[in-house]
Design a binder for this molecule. Structure first.
Ligand code: DGL
Length: 266
């Protein structure tokens, strides 16, 4: 395996750029190819079968570019399609966001009572619940679907009073659950970490973007394929683009990025 091949990363949209950013910060010598399946997002409100088909198509696109590892940065795709993708591409390591986030949540929670928020498809898959309790059967997991947050974030309502109103309403679900940790089970939610902190300052927050970046580093180290290239590159592909996503991209990456549109790739 060529250690200087890029890391492939995908998400249903541009939310997965939070994972790109975390990987870039941790592993600046690694090249990255990103694919955002914007033509088909949101995945979170679709059925499992559709999510599986879409995720597999994107994985195929990235695999064919020549990558050394694949990161499924989308929580919905990870929770519904990870084993399926792994069975199709068994010659490269494939990492999803659910396991790293779950491990991190268990590590930082003191009372092992963990709240999880995500899209309807992620929550209904029970992926976080099953992963956390398979690692620690005595842990208590409380999951809640918070589907309105993705469109609010995309529409730029991050600092809007309406965001706080809806977020507060969603977080009230956990009021009597005695959780000390909240796991952000969606690519978009790191963007509202500060809002959650403001509303529930006592909660520890797990952002799966950061824990996934650590897992990627560990995996590359373990199989000895960390890049030694001083000139790394980063390339962005998407199946569609619009003004909303360009704005969001700037918010996440802190700058304009050039996105190559590949129609019909997925
Ligand atoms: N990327 C999705 C996730 O992390 C959120 C957006 C969508 O529903 O497609 O679950």
């Amino acid at each position: 395996m060529d250690r200087n091949l890029p890391i492939g990363i995908f998400d249903s949209g541009v939310g997965g750029l939070t994972v790109v950013k975390a990987i870039r910060d941790l592993l600046p010598s690694e090249s990255i190819i990103y694919f955002g399946d914007l033509a088909h997002m949101p995945y979170g409100s679709k059925g499992t079968k559709t999510v599986k088909t879409l995720a597999l198509n994107v994985a195929k696109f990235l695999y064919n570019q020549g990558i050394k590892i694949l990161v499924v940065a989308c929580n919905t795709a990870t929770s519904n399609a990870l084993p399926y993708i792994k069975s199709e591409f068994s010659d490269i390591p494939i990492i999803g966001v659910v396991e790293p986030g779950s491990i991190e949540a268990l590590n930082i929670s003191e009372n092992k009572r963990i709240g999880v928020i995500g899209t309807t498809r992620t929550i209904n898959s029970n992926a976080y619940l099953e992963t956390i309790t398979s690692i620690m059967p005595s842990a208590r997991v409380f999951q809640y679907a918070t589907p309105t947050l993705v469109p609010l974030i995309e529409d730029g309502w991050i600092d809007h009073p309406g965001m706080y109103l809806i977020l507060n309403d969603y977080l009230s679900y956990f009021e009597d659950k005695d959780i000390d940790t909240l796991l952000l089970g969606c690519t978009h939610y790191p963007l509202i970490k500060k809002n959650i902190k403001l509303l529930r300052p006592a909660l520890k927050i797990v952002d799966s973007a950061e824990s996934t970046a650590k897992k990627v580093k560990e995996t590359l180290e373990k199989i000895n394929i960390l890049s030694n290239n001083s000139e790394s590159f980063i390339k962005f592909f998407a199946s569609d683009i619009s003004e909303v996503f360009i704005d969001l991209t700037k918010k996440i990456m802190g700058d304009y990025i050039e996105i190559n549109i590949v129609e019909g790739a997925t």
